[in-house]
Write a protein that binds this ligand. Structure first.
Ligand SMILES: NC(=O)c1ccc[n+]([C@@H]2O[C@H](COP(=O)([O-])OP(=O)(O)OC[C@H]3O[C@@H](n4cnc5c(N)ncnc54)[C@H](OP(=O)(O)O)[C@@H]3O)[C@@H](O)[C@H]2O)c1
Length: 271
């Protein structure tokens, strides 16, 4: 994929960096077609050390130059940022926001010009191009806008289009999800340690097992319960482990964790 339009990343923090790295990996020539902005002077040096792209604190200059604006600032910074860039937004621009909880309407209401807006929710594995990004779009987005947004996030992993009302659920499931899964990996590794396996080997066993199991779900397209049954020999040891998980209410705990995080995701910004 070659990106011909000029892309501006407002907020080159953890996620902004991951997106820029993914874009450059996909199309190295994009370094001539991408610029970034940050809040603090010190951050300019950090970004300069990573990418050969123009980087400054000047959002106005960025907005004026770019066709596609990827906004990756914290949700609480969105209001002031949108006020700052509003006078420079033209109809031809495409805005892509990754801010959790910030709705398309929240952005549209703060801009005088009706503009195409994409709301995306990626996750941290984007850093290693194994991200999962859910995307939704304002009603005035055309096919080209959708394709562009999809291609951008494909540079950092898998993508899916959803209706906007599902975005808080997505935030709780796949954006917060890595945190839940790290706890599971850590706990399985602790179990290995308890059974005398070194921490390094235990962590490798747990993490690679999670990766393999996830790949089985994605590649086989089988229901996870069916794959679980394939591991569970009658009167074997796995069923004993599963019984402990049921007694510890693992399933309902995970469901409740995601539901609770979705409620919080709605509250991050007063839409
Ligand atoms: N990290 C994730 O896993 C994840 C997943 C999905 C969505 N998101 C969303 O992505 C956004 C960024 O998250 P993050 O984890 O990357 O945060 P982060 O590392 O704190 O990055 C935010 C960046 O925004 C910059 N910034 C703040 N105000 C600015 C302004 N007025 N103009 C230009 N730049 C400005 C900051 O600059 P300085 O560096 O100079 O302070 C920083 O580089 C958030 O809205 C979050 O909800 C994050």
């Amino acid at each position: 994929m070659k990106f011909t339009k000029k892309i501006g990343v407002i907020g080159v923090g953890k996620l902004g960096e991951a997106i820029i790295a993914g874009l450059i990996k996909t199309d190295n020539s994009i370094v001539n077609n991408i610029i970034g902005s940050v809040n603090h002077l010190e951050s300019i040096e950090r970004v300069k050390n990573k990418f050969a792209i123009p980087i400054s604190q000047n959002n106005i200059n960025l907005v004026s130059q770019c066709d596609i604006l990827i906004i990756a600032v914290k949700p609480q910074n969105m209001d002031s940022l949108l006020k700052e860039i509003n006078p420079y937004i033209t109809k031809a621009k495409l805005i892509i926001s990754v801010a959790a909880s910030v709705t398309i309407n929240y952005i549209a209401q703060r801009l005088e010009v009706p503009v195409s807006i994409i709301r995306a929710m990626p996750n941290t594995p984007c850093v290693i191009n194994q991200g999962m990004t859910a995307i939704c779009a304002s009603a005035n987005c055309n096919q080209e806008d959708l394709t562009l947004a999809n291609e951008i996030f494909k540079c950092v992993g898998e993508t899916v289009f959803v209706d906007e009302y599902l975005m808080d659920g997505v935030t709780a499931l796949s954006a917060s999800g890595p945190a839940y899964l790290y706890v599971i990996i850590e706990s399985l590794a602790e179990a290995g340690v308890k059974l005398g396996i070194s921490r390094d080997i235990s962590t490798l066993l747990a993490a690679q097992t999670m990766l393999g199991a996830a790949s089985m779900v994605l590649n086989s397209k089988s229901h996870p319960a069916l794959l679980k049954d394939m591991v569970t020999t009658p009167a074997g040891c796995t069923i004993d482990g599963l019984m402990e998980l049921e007694e510890g209410k693992l399933r309902v705990t995970l469901i409740k964790a995601v539901v609770k995080a979705a409620i919080r995701a709605k509250e991050l910004v007063n839409n």
